[in-house]
Write a protein that binds this ligand. Structure first.
Ligand code: SF4
Length: 469
């Protein structure tokens, strides 16, 4: 059996618990009683993928249906991959340890473009034809994708049977229901894909002919076999009613974001011109205070985690963030649970929010001015002034903070040397502010600067800007 074969080799690799499943919260079903099996594949290692919120939501959502079973699949680290190749072990799912090629759906989440080669590699490790046109007429396995990079699916169009555009909570079960019904009626892959293309939010690339101009730009996209000319993304309208898990899988090893998270809102009220998430997740939608608190408490109680994160693109933009903090702090303080707010905006960071968060612990603060000069911040529509950066840092220092991380981008459109020098200048002003404050916190200040390279993203105002060389 594959399970025994895998277990024999686990002590040959680092962090074997990446590969054996069995964690608290894992869902195992009797496969003889399951109608549709979904392998949720994260194209990165366990430590990264297990931190991903979307996976936790879909894993629980699908598994709430008694006759559907969703399992987790991650890319192996090179030491494990070597063992798998040497021993002829195919890519497998952690819950059943069955080969991924035996599943009905092989679903990848497209979080970042750098993972695309890993996706192809994982398909090859699963012994599934990498090219869609080579998969034949058997209805399964269907290779599907969701996640933010699906907004620009063409680079991967040859490899996927279909793409799920927008927010997957609603549509995944509809897709599985359609598959269940059509498979039992003996449908072929092509028949299923033609029917799936009629569901709003499903893009089936094999049903579109694309022609190109001499310069490589797209000339025309022509649908056939009943596929819609325009595929619209799916959006959850009511965040309070959208599915959210009350239990998550708790890893044996430390993972990148080792905590439970409650999503407090979706979307962002800002419009930074480089930011894909800010445009893709429109409109801005909040969860109510009671729902956030209920979900947070349930997750802590069911998982045993001692850190609860209030996550979103910009948590301090929640219109009732102080009420959320008041209610949750009563619960978390008693139980010695840390409450963390990973994404705060410089221009709406109030003293009272800071005081509430610091009643539990003082960790570092992270802000993203993104550009070193006001001119460039205006170009990218990052409505943050130097005065606001200083005001916020002053509040933080008065509150006892001694660590500040500043995030910037390099290679932004219209950038000059002055903007790059401005990054160091802004950080120096933050340092000077700290040491000039008479009533500042004691100790040493640590200011770190992190820079990322600008990448033009589809569906942003900068989508046709060149990638800096
Ligand atoms: S960069 Fe941050 S603040 Fe700006 S649009 Fe994106 S998520 Fe919102």
């Amino acid at each position: 059996m594959l399970k025994e074969q895998i277990e024999q080799h686990l002590l040959e690799v680092q962090r074997p618990s990446r590969y054996c499943g069995g964690e608290l919260g894992q869902i195992v079903k009797d496969k003889t009683k399951v109608d549709v099996r979904f392998a949720f594949c994260f194209p990165d290692i366990y430590d990264v993928g297990m931190s991903h919120l979307g996976m936790k939501i879909l894993y629980s959502l699908i598994n709430e249906r008694e006759n559907y079973w969703c399992e987790r699949v991650f890319a192996p680290w090179p030491d494990m991959e070597e063992v798998m190749q040497r021993e002829g072990i195919p890519l497998y799912a952690l819950e059943s340890m069955d080969p991924v090629g035996e599943f009905d759906f092989i679903g990848f989440t497209l979080q970042y473009e750098m993972s695309y080669t890993t996706i192809l590699h994982m398909l090859a490790m699963a012994d599934v034809p990498v090219l869609q046109r080579e998969r034949g007429e058997a209805i399964a396995p269907l290779v599907v994708a969701g996640g933010p990079c699906c907004c620009n699916p063409e680079p991967l169009a040859d490899f996927f049977d279909l793409f799920i555009l927008g927010e997957g909570e609603e549509i995944n079960l509809e897709l599985m229901d359609l598959y269940h019904e059509m498979r039992d009626q003996g449908a072929t892959r092509t028949e299923f894909l033609r029917a799936a293309a009629k569901l709003p939010g499903i893009y089936v690339p094999s049903l579109y002919d694309v022609t190109y101009n001499d310069d490589g730009t797209v000339q025309a996209v022509t649908p056939h076999d009943g596929a819609p000319a325009v595929v619209t993304k799916r959006v959850m309208t009511d965040m309070d009613k959208s599915y959210y898990p009350s239990q998550v899988v708790v890893p044996f090893i430390e993972i990148v974001h080792d905590r439970v998270s409650v999503e407090v809102l979706r979307g962002c009220i800002r419009g930074c011109r480089f930011c894909q998430a800010g445009f893709l997740y429109r409109p801005f939608r909040e969860k109510s205070v009671d729902v956030i608190c209920e979900q947070g408490k349930a997750l802590c109680a069911n998982s045993g985690y001692d850190e609860l994160s209030l996550s979103s693109l910009s948590t301090s933009d929640h219109s009732r963030i102080e009420d959320v903090l008041d209610q949750l702090l009563e619960y978390t303080a008693e139980r010695h649970i840390n409450l963390s707010l990973p994404s705060l905006r410089i221009d709406n960071f109030s003293k009272s929010v800071l005081e509430k968060v610091t009643t539990i612990r003082k960790s570092g603060l992270t802000f993203a001015p993104e550009a070193g000069t006001q001119r460039l911040r205006d170009v990218i529509n990052k409505n943050v002034t130097e005065d606001e950066v200083m005001r916020t840092c002053r509040i933080a220092f008065e509150g006892g903070y001694t660590q500040v991380k500043l995030y910037f981008m390099m290679g932004l459109p219209t950038e000059t040397d002055e903007d790059i020098i401005g990054i160091a200048g802004l950080a120096q002003k933050v340092v000077n502010l700290f040491y000039d404050m008479p009533d500042r916190a004691k100790g040493k200040l640590q200011v770190s600067i992190s820079t990322a390279t600008f990448v033009p993203k589809p569906f942003t105002p900068f989508e046709f800007e060149p990638q800096p060389e």
